[in-house]
Design a protein around this ligand. Sequence first.
Ligand SMILES: [Zn+2]
Length: 69
Amino acid sequence: MGKKMRRFFDKNQRSILLWISGGYCSNCRARLDKGFHADHVFAYTHGGKTITNNGQALCVICNLKKGSK
Ligand SMILES: [Zn+2]
């Protein structure tokens, strides 16, 4: 086993995800502010990695909706 994968995207990864998204929520296309959530496309709890290839920028509302499912 390698070192344990971090649970959260760091500041650098967040800025990459924001750049990829063009500044809009990947789900509802709402304009994102600085408080956007960096979300795992494939859930961390199911083995999804904390890498930008497995990340997307979501607005707070979409991320909370997703979390409640
Ligand atoms: Zn959204």
